[in-house]
Structures are given as structure tokens and as C-alpha cells.
Design a protein around this ligand. Structure first.
Ligand code: NAD
Length: 279
């Protein structure tokens, strides 16, 4: 019997992930608060639902790809949430791919394991939830090559710092008269090479198909990076770990958000923080 998959959160990442499931032949039902995001699916004959609760009623597996912990809690435990219906559920598997704090993931795990299943599946009487955040950005979401992991906030603090480092290096190089294309060739064949320089270059016009070459639209929003850095600094504080670079990166991304660039891709730090240019 084929698995019915529910997908909630059809933004930059989720829309592409859901598309890949549809392409792979799964029967997918989708939901998002944003009607225009849902319309892009209903126009193609994909079943859409008005609430997470309705998605749960028709799905064996439910995947969530939402901005933050508060949204994930709302979708799972809100009045029309996935876990409504007297705690007797159809879905046997929940996969949360949003980047959220470990405390919320643990809370959800308890809430899900306190539910029971309408029908025993895979020898289980209670549903399971996987904390499965992803890395790779919208390009990997599109091509189906995302990496699923635990430890996401550690990955993202390293990413934020490497994006800042690459941007700072490019900005200094340009101030010294070296073009971004030359700097990119040099970085990518020497020890500065990293994802921020060879796959997701922050300088407009250097690479095709990345957010920097489309006015920093449609990638990984600066406000989501600020959220992840806050998750990292909060977790570090809890265990008494010092993280000076993460704190500095958090401040920079918060500043970008306060200047009104929160919805632009996080690589816009190159333009708005280092190049001092405003739209
Ligand atoms: P996004 O803001 O583009 O999309 C989120 C979607 O969730 C939106 O369509 C929004 O309408 C919907 N939504 C919000 N609250 C909802 C609710 N209560 N019920 C139903 N729908 C709701 O975000 P994104 O860039 O796709 O990122 C999603 C998650 O993945 C975030 O946690 C982010 O940190 C993480 N992530 C993003 C990237 C990236 O490159 N964009 C990469 C890896 C991980």
C-alpha cells in the first residue's frame, strides 16, 4: 500500500522538497498558511488542506518545513494541529526538517510519543517523530541532494562565520583593486575555498543561479540565519560554552534585520554590511 505523504510549509525550501516527492511518485497533500504558496500546488492538481489537522487525517507520513520553533509548535500542538483528534493518529511518522531549538524538538517528541495510532504500523503502536533539519540551501532542495542531520545549529554557526569571512575577504580585496571574479578564482583554488565561495558566492554577478545574482531574493532569509545564531548562542550559554564569533555573527545578522533586510538571503551581508550599499 502506498504511503500518503503530508507536507506542511511550502516556502523556499519546502516547496522544492514537496515537488521532489511528487516527482518521485508519492501522493502528497500540502498545507501552508500562505494561500498563494498553496495555489502553486492546487493549480497542478495536488491536494491542499486548510489545516495541519486535516493533513494528518489523510497522511501516513507528515513532513514539516517551517521557519521557527513557535510555528512548529503551532502546527503540531495548536488547536487545529497535527496532534488533535483525541491523540489517536493516522500518521505513524512525523519528520520535522525545520531548524528549531533542541528543547522544542524534545517537547514534540514527548507529545508525539504520548499519542497512539489508529492502526498499528511497522509493529508500532505509537507514532515516531524525527528531528531532521537539512543543509544545502535552495539549490540542494531543488536537486534533491539535501543533507539531513542532527547538529544543525553547529553547522549554521560555521556557515554564518564562513559567509562573513568570505564577504570580508572579498570586500577588502575589492577595496584594494582586485575584481570579485579574480578573488573567487583565487579563493577557490586555495585555502579560503568553502561553500560560501564556491557554491553560494555572495557577490552579485560572480555565479549564476544563486541569490546574490537575483538581488538576494529567494534563498535563506537573513532573519532565519539570525534565528539560528540565537539558537546557537542560547544553547552555548546553557552549557557554559564561550562562542565569541557566533555572538558577533548574531549581532551582524540582527543588525541586517533591523535595517530592513530580514527577508533577503543571508549572503546580502556582503552588500549591506561590507559594501555599505542600501537599495
Ligand atoms: P520560508 O520562510 O521560505 O518558508 C516557510 C513557510 O512556512 C512559508 O511558506 C510560511 O507561510 C509557512 N508557515 C509559517 N508558519 C506556518 C504555520 N503555522 N502553518 C503553516 N505554514 C506556515 O522558510 P525556508 O527558507 O523554506 O526555511 C524553512 C526552515 O528550513 C527554517 O527553519 C530554516 O531555518 C531552514 N532551512 C532553510 C534553508 C534555506 O536555504 N532557505 C536551508 C536549510 C534550512
Amino acid at each position: 500500500q502506498s504511503q500518503q505523504v503530508g507536507f506542511i510549509g511550502l516556502g523556499n525550501m519546502g516547496s522544492r522538497m514537496a515537488n521532489n516527492l511528487i516527482k518521485a511518485g508519492y501522493e502528497v497533500t500540502v498545507h501552508d498558511l500562505n494561500r498563494s504558496a498553496m495555489k502553486l500546488f492546487s493549480e497542478r492538481g495536488i491536494l491542499t488542506k486548510e489545516s495541519p489537522f486535516e493533513v494528518a487525517e489523510t497522511s501516513d507520513v507528515v513532513i514539516t518545513m517551517l521557519p521557527s520553533s513557535a510555528n512548529v509548535l503551532d502546527v503540531y500542538t495548536g488547536p487545529n494541529g497535527l496532534l488533535r483528534s483525541g491523540n489517536v493518529l493516522r500518521p505513524w511518522l512525523f519528520v520535522d526538517s525545520s531548524t528549531i531549538d533542541p528543547q522544542t524538538s524534545r517537547r514534540l517528541s514527548v507529545a508525539v510519543s504520548n499519542c497512539s495510532l489508529k492502526e498499528k504500523k511497522h509493529n508500532r503502536e505509537t507514532p515516531v517523530i524525527l528531528d531532521a533539519p537539512v543543509s544545502g540551501g535552495v539549490l540542494a532542495a531543488e536537486s534533491g541532494t539535501l543533507t539531513f542531520m542532527a547538529a544543525k545549529i553547529c553547522n549554521n554557526l560555521a556557515l554564518a562565520v564562513s559567509m562573513l569571512g568570505v564577504s570580508e575577504g572579498f570586500a577588502l580585496g575589492q577595496s584594494l583593486g582586485i575584481s570579485a571574479t579574480t578573488l573567487t578564482k583565487i579563493f577557490n583554488s586555495s585555502s579560503a575555498r568553502c561553500w560560501s565561495s564556491d557554491t553560494y558566492n555572495p557577490v552579485p554577478g560572480v555565479m549564476e543561479g544563486v541569490p546574490s545574482s537575483r538581488n538576494y531574493d529567494g534563498g535563506f532569509a537573513s532573519k532565519l540565519m539570525a534565528k539560528d545564531l540565537n539558537l546557537a548562542t542560547t544553547s552555548a550559554e546553557e552549557v557554559g560554552f564561550k562562542c565569541p564569533l557566533t555572538l558577533q555573527a548574531e549581532q551582524i545578522f540582527m543588525e541586517l534585520c533591523n535595517q530592513g533586510h530580514g527577508t533577503k538571503d543571508f549572503s546580502c551581508v556582503f552588500r549591506h554590511f561590507y559594501s555599505g550599499k542600501d537599495e
